[in-house]
Write a protein that binds this ligand. Structure first.
Ligand code: AMP
Ligand code: TRP
Length: 329
């Protein structure tokens, strides 16, 4: 069975972009692949965090993984820091990653370009830790949204470099980026990615735990255009195209089918259909989420997941350290 691995960094609450671009695919793929899904809590602290808020977000993230349908019997679900091998291989990978490569990472460059002050060394080198997360499990595929593709490509380059130098150490993974919904845009500014750090209040971002009326309101007030036709054209109609991507991802309808369905109808009807699809999805997730919070399934899942993951990770770390010549026993 091929292996898939992915992580989410809950630096805030999970949103619809995380669900459509990533989480949903973890769930779909757990039938066909051996799925490893972890909470990237080391990656979280690459930017400053409030400890109480972080603790809550981590718990919510596990609960949401489960509420979205990840099944601990089929998938390995754990907290990154419960498997310390990640950090250790992370340092080793860091030592095999060139500054030139890190300098090319657009996520870091964008933050720098925005003039954000006091960016940490951890944020700069985080793609090396992400590569370790992937390589330590010999993952075949990494389901991620568009913004993470470059990091998976860096991971491939470093894996190939280390394989050439030390012999076959790592499986070289491939990014699995969905055709529709890999980059859900902000509802209030469709030129920007939907993101936890949305600056325009939180009107542009639908959180998975938003009360349904609030989520509906955000969709109904999403920015559109004055053309008045439901047509997929991200360049000229970014707002409408974004809503179409959301609808298509959640209902499975093709863009053509959506265009036909709303031919001659106004944006109001179209937005209502998107809002219904979003609210249906959120309602199911939130019902499960509330049940999960009241049970002890989170702790059991993390404990059992970490045990399984640790067994795989410690073997790989040992193999790497031996190949490099770092062990004498
Ligand atoms: P992050 O929230 O940055 O930890 O991202 C977790 C996963 O969600 C990654 O695979 C991202 O690529 C994906 N993701 C984040 N934001 C979006 C978005 N606006 N549209 C689609 N996927 C996204
Ligand atoms: N860097 C990813 C993000 O910000 C999260 C992540 C950490 C990840 N390690 C990973 C994703 C390994 C895939 C595989 O979204």
């Amino acid at each position: 069975m091929k292996r898939m691995l992915s992580g989410i960094k809950p630096t805030g609450q999970l949103h619809l972009g995380n669900y459509i671009g990533a989480l949903r695919h973890f769930v779909e793929n757990q039938e066909e692949y051996e799925m490893i899904a972890f909470i990237a809590n080391l990656h979280c602290i690459t930017v400053p965090q409030d400890p109480d808020e972080l603790r809550k977000n981590l718990r919510d993230c596990v609960a949401l993984y489960l509420a979205c349908g990840l099944d601990p019997k089929k998938s390995t679900i754990f907290l990154q820091t419960d498997v310390m091998e990640h950090a250790q291989l992370g340092f080793i990978i860091n030592c095999h990653t060139y500054l030139g490569e890190l300098n090319r990472m657009t996520q870091f460059k964008d933050k720098q370009a925005k003039g954000e002050k006091n960016l940490s060394g951890g944020l700069y080198t985080y793609p090396a830790l992400m590569a370790a997360d992937i390589l330590i499990y010999d993952a075949d595929y990494v389901p991620v949204g568009e913004d993470q593709k470059q990091h998976v490509e860096l991971c491939r380059d470093v894996a190939i470099r280390m394989n050439n130098r030390y012999g076959e150490l790592f499986r070289v993974p491939e990014p699995a980026v969905p055709k529709v919904g890999a980059r859900i845009m902000s509802l209030s500014d469709p030129s920007k990615k939907m993101s936890k750090s949305d600056t325009l209040g939180d009107k542009g971002c639908i959180y998975l735990l938003d009360p349904l009326p609030k989520a509906r309101k955000k969709i109904m007030s999403a920015k559109t255009d004055s053309l008045g036709i439901v047509h997929f054209d991200p360049e000229n109609q970014p707002g409408i195209s974004n809503l179409m991507q959301i609808l298509s991802s959640l209902t499975g309808e093709s863009m053509d089918a959506i265009e036909k369905e709303f031919e001659g109808k106004g944006y109001g009807d179209f937005k209502k259909a998107v809002a219904n699809a979003v609210c249906d999805t959120l309602e199911k997730i939130q019902t499960r989420y509330n049940e999960i919070l009241e049970s002890d399934i989170i702790d059991t899942t993390l404990r059992e997941g970490a045990e399984k993951a640790r067994a795989m990770a410690s073997k790989k770390l040992d193999q790497v350290q031996r190949a490099i010549g770092m062990e004498i026993r």
